[in-house]
Ligand binder design. Structure first.
Ligand SMILES: Nc1ncnc2c1ncn2[C@@H]1O[C@H](COP(=O)(O)OP(=O)(O)OP(=O)(O)O)[C@@H](O)[C@H]1O
Ligand SMILES: [Mg+2]
Length: 317
C-alpha cells in the first residue's frame, strides 16, 4: 500500500534523512519511531506530498507522490505536527468545511461529521470556537479532520502529543481500531505507544533507518539476558554480595533502599537459566525477607537506546 525506496532529503546542505526504505501492507499499522530531529516529520511530509525528496521514490496506493500527488492526497488523511485549524470556526463548522473540501457530499457529510465527533470524543465542544479550545482538544479536532472523509490511508505525526494520560489511552485505542480497514503510519518518540499500537516498527535515528521489525521480535532479538527484580528486607550490601556470588548471576544492581531496610535489586542472569529458586533460598537462608520477585522484560526503550548507541559507535569507527 505504501512503498518507500531510498528516500533522501537535504535542507540546503543539511541531510535530514538518507536512504529511508520501508513498506506498509494494506491494513497494517506502522510505527515510525525516533527521537527528536530523527527525520520522522520529514519522511511524513514527503509521503503526504508536502515537499519533494532530494532523492528516492515513494508510492502510496500505487501512485507516485511526486507525479500523482493529487491522487495520493485524495487517499490520505493526515494529522500534521501542527494541525491546520481555523480558530474562528466552531468544531462542527470546521469539520463540515474540511469534509466538503475533501469531497464528502451533502447528506453523508452531516452523518460523517457526527460520527467522527463521537469517535474523537469532541461532542462537548462541537459548538465551541476552535480558538478557545485547550491544546488536547485541538489535537483531537486535528485527528477528526484527518479521519472525516474515511481515507484509505491515515498518516499521523505524533498524534498523542499534548494530550493528558486519559486522552492518550483513548487516542491509542482509537488508532489501534483503525488498523485492518485503514493503512496507518504513526510517528512517535514514545516507545510504549508504538509497541502498544503498531504491528511493525521502523526505528529511525539521525535520518537513517536503524531497525525494522515487529515490537516482539525487536524485544527478543536483542534480549541477551534474563532479568528479575527483587524487593528484599535486609542489609543492602550484604544481600547484593551474596546474590552476586550465585552461579549463573551476571549482574546485580541496587535500585534504591528505604530507611526501613528494604532494598530493590535488578538481577541479571545467563539466558535460559532459571535462578529463582536458588535466589529465594539464599535470601531466606540469610534470614532476610523476600518481599517481591518478578521478571523484568527488556523494554523497547532500552532496545532503542541500544540501537541508536550502536549506530553512533559504527559512525565513529
Ligand atoms: N525546514 C527545514 N529547514 C532546515 N532543516 C530542517 C527543516 N525541517 C527539518 N529540518 C532538520 O531536519 C532534521 C529532521 O527533522 P524532522 O523534523 O524531520 O525530525 P523529527 O523526527 O520529526 O523530530 P521531532 O521529534 O522533533 O518532531 C532535523 O535536524 C531538523 O533540524
Ligand atoms: Mg516531527
Amino acid at each position: 500500500m505504501i512503498e518507500v525506496k531510498g528516500l533522501t532529503k537535504y535542507y540546503g546542505p543539511k541531510m535530514a534523512i538518507s536512504q529511508v526504505t520501508f513498506r506498509v501492507q494494506k491494513g497494517e499499522i506502522l510505527g515510525l519511531l525516533g527521537p527528536n530531529a530523527a527525520g520522522k516529520t520529514t519522511t511524513i511530509r514527503i509521503l503526504t506530498c508536502y515537499m519533494p525528496a532530494t532523492e528516492g521514490s515513494a508510492r502510496v496506493a500505487g501512485f507516485d507522490v511526486f507525479e500523482d500527488s493529487l491522487e495520493v492526497r485524495r487517499r490520505i488523511g493526515y494529522l500534521p505536527e501542527n494541525p491546520p485549524l481555523y480558530n474562528d470556526m466552531t468544531v462542527t463548522q470546521y469539520l463540515d468545511f474540511v469534509s466538503k473540501i475533501k469531497g464528502v457530499d451533502g447528506y453523508d457529510r452531516k452523518k460523517k461529521v457526527q460520527e467522527i465527533t463521537d469517535l474523537c470524543h469532541i461532542e462537548d465542544v462541537r459548538d465551541t470556537l476552535i480558538g478557545k479550545l485547550s491544546k488536547g482538544y485541538k489535537q483531537r479536532v486535528g485527528l477528526a479532520q484527518a479521519l472525516v472523509h474515511d481515507p484509505e490511508i491515515i498518516i499521523l505525526d505524533e498524534p498523542t502529543i499534548g494530550l493528558d494520560p486519559k486522552q492518550i489511552i483513548e487516542v491509542r485505542e482509537l488508532v489501534k481500531n483503525l488498523g485492518g480497514k485503514h493503512t496507518v503510519i504513526l510517528s512517535s518518540h514514545i516507545l510504549p505507544e508504538v509497541s502498544q499500537v503498531c504491528q511493525r516498527v521502523v526505528i529511525i535515528n539521525e535520518g537513517l533507518v536503524v531497525a525494522e521489525d515487529t515490537p516482539e521480535n525487536l524485544t527478543s532479538q536483542l534480549k541477551g539476558a534474563e532479568r528479575l527484580f527483587l524487593d528484599v528486607e535486609g542489609p543492602a550490601q550484604e544481600v547484593a554480595q551474596k546474590i552476586e556470588n550465585l552461579a549463573g548471576i551476571t549482574q546485580v544492581t541496587l535500585e534504591g533502599s528505604t530507611r526501613q531496610g528494604r532494598s530493590g535489586f535488578l538481577v541479571e542472569s545467563e539466558l535460559n537459566r532459571d535462578v529463582r529458586k536458588e535466589l529465594a533460598a539464599t535470601i531466606i537462608r540469610g534470614g532476610w525477607g523476600l518481599l517481591e520477585m518478578r521478571p523484568v522484560g527488556m523494554s523497547l526503550e532500552e532496545i532503542f537506546l541500544h540501537l541508536t548507541t550502536k549506530e553512533e559507535e559504527v559512525d565513529a569507527r
